[in-house]
Design a protein around this ligand. Structure first.
Ligand code: MG
Length: 383
């Protein structure tokens, strides 16, 4: 994308706050394109293909994984970025990296690791994503991590508790954790990826939930955001009502996504025009500018409540997440008692609980299951 095409409040690559370790520029790529390429070539990125989003990876080949989720977030984010003349490359880099720190087995894995690490500094997937790109990737001769630009790292650190923010900001004053202390916002591109993430999972979790047979189109009739677009589809294509198959679902989701993107672009463009911010730095001090309209925001909240009640807490999902928690908890116990079961660079690390957490967090679902079987002799899932 040409720099001239960017809006004045977009993050321009040539005005980046830079990398922690200085590196020469690499034309023709700009610095955010280069970040994106480093992320795509990382080991952690390739592991996303075998990590659970909601459904455990072995439950079916067509469910979203962390990788396909991240690609959908990048696609939605880039569409909006282009419409608003924000930095598409930065949006893409943040989107592709935003889930790199997720454990195997989705939120169940993260909850289990959090419990194990409660006395050892805790575990949080946003912090872990930053840790992956800052130190855990081992690819360069002179430094650990990917040495990404400030703007990409800022977008990756989406949430951060005050305790962690103080610790990170003490180690790196003015770094990506500083805003949680100062109470400022991240770049518009980071604000956008945050919303594109929710936009993606709200839609694809409906699709996956219906595919798994855990939620039905009839139930979704109670969710206004979905019901509105379904009636529109049925009004134009009445034959779909009695048809088996998934055309009605897909067409409804397609319209629902397009409508939300249109609302996001329109609402944000109006806020940006009112704010008339001079540049990308000034927007950090303003209230959040990348937003959905209030009416749509309320409808999205209803959808989220529905998904929590009917899908994320569905007995079948809860049952497999309980098993996942057992796997992660028992792996943690096994490696802390017998560190020699881990590769040498983890086994020999100074802080053993943190090394174990890093090792487990990096695992794919199926690798975690294989390791669990090897170390305990028990097979909790087929794998
Ligand atoms: Mg995500």
């Amino acid at each position: 994308m040409n720099a001239e095409a960017l809006a004045p409040w977009a993050s321009e690559p040539q005005r980046s706050r830079g990398r922690r370790r200085h590196e020469a520029l690499a034309p023709p790529r700009n610095e955010h394109q280069r970040d994106r390429d480093r992320i795509v070539h990382s080991t952690a990125f390739r592991r996303l293909v075998y990590k659970t989003q909601v459904f455990i990876n072995h439950e079916g080949d067509l469910f979203r994984t962390r990788l396909t989720h991240s690609l959908e977030v990048a696609q939605l984010g880039r569409s909006v970025a282009r419409a608003l003349r924000l930095n598409e490359d930065l949006v893409e880099a943040i989107a592709l990296a935003h889930d790199l720190g997720h454990t195997p087995f989705g939120h169940a894995g993260q909850d289990a690791l959090q419990a194990c690490m409660a006395e050892h500094g805790g575990f949080e997937h946003n912090l872990q994503s930053l840790r992956v790109v800052d130190s855990l990737e081992v690819r360069y001769p002179d430094f650990d991590g990917l040495n990404l630009t400030f703007e990409t790292r800022e977008g990756i650190l989406k949430h951060c508790s005050p305790r962690h923010a103080r610790r990170l900001a003490a180690a790196e004053p003015g770094g990506p954790a500083q805003r949680f202390i100062d109470g400022t916002r991240p770049s518009l591109e980071a604000q956008l990826v945050d919303l594109a993430d929710a936009l993606a999972y709200n839609a694809h979790d409906i699709d996956d939930g219906v595919r798994a047979g855990l939620i039905s189109l009839a139930q979704l009739g109670d969710v206004p955001l979905f019901a509105h677009w379904r009636s529109e589809v049925l009004a134009q294509h009445p034959a779909l009502a009695g048809q088996p198959g998934r055309r009605l679902l897909f067409e409804t989701l397609r319209r629902m996504l397009s409508a939300q993107i249109a609302d996001l672009v329109q609402t944000t463009a109006a806020l940006l025009a009112d704010a008339a911010s001079p540049d990308a730095d000034a927007v950090r001090a303003l209230p959040r500018l990348v937003r959905f309209g209030d009416a749509l925001h309320a409808q999205q909240a209803e959808l989220k409540t529905f998904l929590f009640r009917e899908l994320y807490r569905h007995p079948q999902v809860v049952q497999s997440t309980a098993v996942a928690r057992t796997v992660v908890g028992e792996l943690y116990a096994a490696y802390t008692t017998r560190p020699q079961e881990m590769p040498a660079d983890y086994a020999g690390a100074g802080n053993l609980p943190r090394a174990v957490a890093d090792y487990i967090a990096g695992m794919t679902d199926r690798y975690a299951l294989r390791e669990h079987h090897r170390l305990t002799g028990r097979r909790l899932f087929e794998h």
